[in-house]
Design a protein around this ligand. Sequence first.
Ligand code: ADP
Ligand code: MG
Length: 347
Amino acid sequence: MAEAIMEVGGLVKHYPLTRGVLFKKQIGAVKAVDGVDFTLHRGETLGIVGESGCGKSTVARMLVNLERPTSGTIKYKGEDITRLSGRALKAVRRNIQMVFQDPYTSLNPRMTVGDIIGEPYDIHPEVAPKGDRRKKVQALLDVVGLNPEYINRYPHQFSGGQRQRIGIARGLALRPEIIVADEPVSALDVSVQAQVINLMGRLQEEFSLSYVFIAHDLSIVRHISDRVGVMYLGRIVEIGRDAEIYDHPTHPYTQALLSAVPVPDPEAREKRERIILAGDVPSPTNVPSGCRFRTRCWKAQERCAEEVPVLAVPSPFREPGGPVAHDSACHFAAEAGVVEGQNNGPG
Ligand SMILES: Nc1ncnc2c1ncn2[C@@H]1O[C@H](COP(=O)(O)OP(=O)(O)O)[C@@H](O)[C@H]1O
Ligand SMILES: [Mg+2]
């Protein structure tokens, strides 16, 4: 596998929960992100999936330094960027850019497309001196499949898919190494989603980009991800190579999510049962003890209320390269990982 370009360790973001208007008193915390670990390798796409409210956007904002973590580290090429400030931070930020979820609200309606895409150059004029800007912006329009002559138009003159192309062009303006895309196609019609995903795949090759690609649905990240991490209530509960997660999920939450993804093959569809989870996602202000998924899990036992499951490869499968040699935060991941017809169980 390629080298690690970003390493996230113990990432936490708690927002204070306050009461009172004049005299604010902290009465608790919204545990939006509550201990996230992952590695992003150079040139890969790491998909991050989870239901609305599980902390995906909060992770994204911390990765691009729009928000400081409560605790934890984000290492970019070995250096913890959460501790940087001033010029060092600015230099790192240039290399880690974000594409936002909603191209309808993330583009300033009063600015021309040229000014929107060229805006990052105001902060980093060294990348494009004034005289070069127009040419650079037109080249960016071309690269995302838009007519360079549209440079003086306004966002409302474009369709949703075209607007997201503008957002992507802006993300590329500083020639970053990492792009964090926060549900970049969720606001788009299904028919345009694939076009934007294909474009992002092409750009990844062309510019040797590493992606953190966030989605709320496993079927969207399937086509673009090399590895996939599944989030639940502020934590990653299972993470591994694409094929392992889709074919041999060992966490009950992943299994439930996958059971809701439509399968084109009727034979495979018959074999699979739809898992309906009990209840709702608990509030991040009141996270269950032990395994945070236990209140909705059909496998939950006493142990699950007492012991926090560690995100790790289940012990019988620690030989590398096996079909379930990926991390899962479930006390019963080993049992779920026994693959039919394969003798890789504990013996
Ligand atoms: N600035 C904030 N202040 C308080 N709570 C927040 C803030 N931002 C997000 N949250 C809460 O944190 C949780 C995670 O939000 P978010 O990261 O947006 O999730 P997702 O992107 O997965 O939908 C939600 O419960 C949300 O209400
Ligand atoms: Mg979000």
